[in-house]
Design a protein around this ligand. Structure first.
Ligand code: ZN
Length: 423
């Protein structure tokens, strides 16, 4: 199969239209950088991505994507039809995506500056303005070269990847989304990096531990229990909770709230916890034990303990023999680069957990200061990474189209009785 993928790659890479698309990428770095700076300056805080989404939708239309629309949760969708003209959306397709949202709250100054060495600075300039700019560059190169994938390609700028967004953009695409059942592969452009690929999804559970009580005056009601003290007791359990070294597991508390005044017994106190593990079963087991340990602590009976789930990302792995993984290996061999496989917590978690082949992949260049106001992006060498993503897009779409033909031959047509009445 690997030799087969290698042959596929040699054939794809020799196509005239592919060369033409590469040529577009070679000549238009300045244009792509301009898009990146412009979109990065449009704030896209969690749950408020719409301004940036509308800007992306306009660009999608300008770059010849079809049926451009915002879906029910605000994902921007557009299509490049496959080389074989077919009815959408019944045909299986490849999803090429980049997330719209940043971690920066409403009111953050997102303006972008460029220094003398051509390095861009601004919150979100790498994560994920680099991915979004890559998406636009690929759409533009394919439009210019009149290059089409073997089957349909959906291009998507999605909401809700970061933190509390909890993958809501992808959850919709793979859940209530109109085309959910036909997605057969996912390439998610994520930040910088040329040879980088995330093919293992780090699982995480985010929990809020909250203690509430009657509250009162610090002097007059001094006999009443204090939720902050009780929460501190619970956090000691969390801090000392034993974790396995293998599979790697981390437990973290990143946010504590509680109280209203120095001379008032608080009515509530809460802590947000972040538990991560590379293995889905271990993650579940540790969470169960952690919650039991927290609940086992004896608190004053006038206090109430509640534990809520803030977010959940499934752990999963792309099989090393999966056709998508083999296609990537063939691309990287063709381009003479050594694949840097990593583990991460990205949009790819969701499809991987559903058994849909997916990777998160670098959109080129270098970046740093991710999730800080000092974030930067150096676009040097972006062209090579985008060539890589383009070749992988073509190969993966072809695999999907071939798979669809196999399925179509096997399937008996549904009779009218078989279809039934669904309402
Ligand atoms: Zn990101």
């Amino acid at each position: 199969l690997s030799a087969h993928e290698q042959q596929r790659l040699v054939r794809l890479a020799s196509e005239r239209a592919v060369h033409k698309a590469f040529h577009w990428l070679h000549l238009h770095e300045q244009k792509v950088q301009g898009w990146q700076a412009e979109l990065s300056a449009i704030p896209a805080p969690p749950f408020a991505e719409q301004d940036r989404a509308l800007w992306m939708a306009a660009k999608f239309r300008e770059l010849g994507l079809r049926d451009v629309q915002l879906d029910g949760v605000g994902n921007v969708l557009g299509w490049r039809r496959g080389a074989v003209q077919q009815q959408l959306p019944q045909r299986p397709y490849l999803l090429l995506s980049a997330h719209l949202d940043t971690v920066f709250p409403v009111g953050t100054d997102c303006s972008v500056s460029v220094n003398g060495e051509g390095v861009l600075h601004g919150p979100g300039i790498c994560d994920n303005a680099a991915g979004l700019a890559g998406l636009l560059a690929l759409a533009a190169a394919m439009q210019f070269a009149e290059l089409d994938t073997a089957g349909p390609l959906m291009v998507c700028a999605n909401v809700g990847e970061e933190g509390m967004g909890d993958l809501r953009g992808f959850r919709h695409l793979f859940g209530a989304g109109e085309h959910a059942a036909s997605i057969r592969g996912v390439l998610a452009l994520e930040g910088a990096g040329t040879a980088v690929v995330i093919d293992r999804a780090l699982g995480s559970r985010r929990l809020r531990v909250e203690v509430t009580g009657p509250g009162g005056h610090s002097w007059a009601d001094a006999a009443l229990p204090n939720p902050i003290f009780a929460l501190s007791q619970l956090l000691t359990v969390v801090a000392n909770f034993p974790l396995p070294a293998q599979p790697r597991t981390t437990l973290h508390c990143g946010l504590v709230r509680g109280g209203s005044s120095v001379n008032a017994i608080p009515e509530s106190a809460s802590a947000d916890l972040d538990l991560r593990c590379t293995d889905a079963a271990t993650l579940e087991e540790i969470e169960t034990r952690l919650l039991a340990a927290i609940r086992a602590e004896v608190l004053d009976e006038r206090l109430t303990l509640t534990i809520g789930l803030l977010g959940s990302r499934p752990a999963a792995v792309l099989d090393s023999k999966a056709p998508l993984r083999l296609a990537l290996a063939a691309v990287d061999r063709h381009l003479g680069m050594a694949t840097e496989a990593r583990i991460g917590s990205t949009d790819a978690n969701l499809p991987l957990s559903l058994g849909v082949p997916a990777v998160a992949i670098g959109a080129g260049g270098r970046g740093g200061g991710i999730h800080t106001l000092a974030e930067w992006y150096d676009p040097h060498g972006r062209e090579l990474a985008l060539r890589r993503v383009l070749l992988l897009t073509l190969a993966a779409a072809e695999q999907i189209a071939e798979g669809a033909e196999l399925i179509a031959e096997d399937e008996a047509p549904l009779t009218s009785e078989g279809a039934g009445i669904l309402d």
